[in-house]
Design a protein around this ligand. Sequence first.
Ligand code: HEC
Length: 445
Amino acid sequence: MQVFSQRFWSQVVAAGVCALLVTVGSSDDLAAQTGPSPDPANDITFAKDVAPILQQNCQVCHQPGAIGPMSLMEYQDVRRYARRISRMVESRDMPPYQYDTDVGIQDLKEDWRMTDDEISTIMAWVAAGSPEGDPADMPAPVEWPDPAEFRLADRFGEPDVVVASAPYDVPEVGQDRWWRPTTPTGVTSDRCIRAVETKPSVTGRAVAHHANSSFTVNGERAGRLSEYALGKVGEIVPEGACRRIPAGADVTWDIHYWPNGVEVNDDQVEVGIWLHDEDYEGKYDQTLTLYFLNGGRGYDIAPHGTLMTQGFHSFDTPTRIDSWQPHGHTRLVAASIQILRKDGTLEMVSMVSNWSALWHHSHIYDEDQAPLLEAGDQIVLTHWYDNTADNRYNPDPDQWVGIGDRTADEMAHAWMAITHLDEEGYEQIKAERSRPVSEQPDRDR
Ligand code: HEC
């Protein structure tokens, strides 16, 4: 009975698929229906369907000289990795942007996630044996921007300040390395940042996995400057807000190099900063700050154990959360941010349930989606850690794990860019959001 019903249902489903093709297909498709039963997957080819998706989502890193371990420019290369590609896109491990698609805010800037359609196209193509199709269908190759130029220069001209990290030698093969030099900015008065972009050197982009930068003044931390992973363009501070660069600031780098088969000597990463004029009045300060979970106190995760920890943060004035970037290491497996309103309601803002410490993203909310908080509303940060052998990134489930800097230790914080408003600014943003889109001011996307 069960066998019968399964066959019955698979026939119903197959018939449903054909019916769909007939309803949406052109007259050519209708003609095809009269021949032998068509296999819809056969219609998907590399040249016509898959190459454009790889251009948009993969080639920035998977081309000769970039950080990806193989090139995905030519059909022959892609075919060789077809199965692995199918697995990696299905699990959303590639492109590397871990952010849940089914809860919380979905409108992000610099969002690398692929659509469900793109993912199923790639999977169906691999399942059908990765056909090349007609080379005449191939899209024109993408003209990649000159890696020697700042990309935001098109829009803002050359940066006002360029700060380079101290030179570093990356060997041809070896373990990951972290390089944390400090370099002066030369900025002598407090200024508001308009935009910022981090750029690896042309040879170094094969090995500079990511590069984060913070400000320090006389050795004291003075806020985050920027965060970079290949493919990222830069950050533009919302109009009216001021992300401050303090007088006399130094830039402290945290660069993750990944030896990748090429020796790179004296490598330097640069950060370009565009400043507002001296008389610009950013009405509201935007700060990029580290917020702890667990009050910043240590915790221990038992061998083969798990742990959940939280952090609560609130402000005396209304605020807008502009971005969220959870931070942890190899035992961190998931992170979320919620808002606990004063009336007791709890709202999910964002969740990453497939965390990977290889990639650190600042999730930047679209300006009309960025969560607004009244004074006294609480931000609730939650992290889940897994020190069992089930965690695929766990280097050693037999260890006790505590808080510390080494990759083998753990961390529990999130970086958030927050605009500090007043009642008037808060009411104004709320009013703008409730107006029809056609009447809203243009914004940077
Ligand atoms: C931001 C850069 C970047 C983008 C974009 C990117 N990759 Fe990757 N990819 C990497 C890096 C670096 C690795 C090796 C480290 C890792 O696995 O994270 C990798 C690893 C892989 C692997 C595993 C290779 C192996 O040896 O097992 C596959 C398959 C892959 N990528 C496919 C893709 C596909 C398909 C896309 C687009 C849909 C894509 N990648 C987009 C950087 C990127």
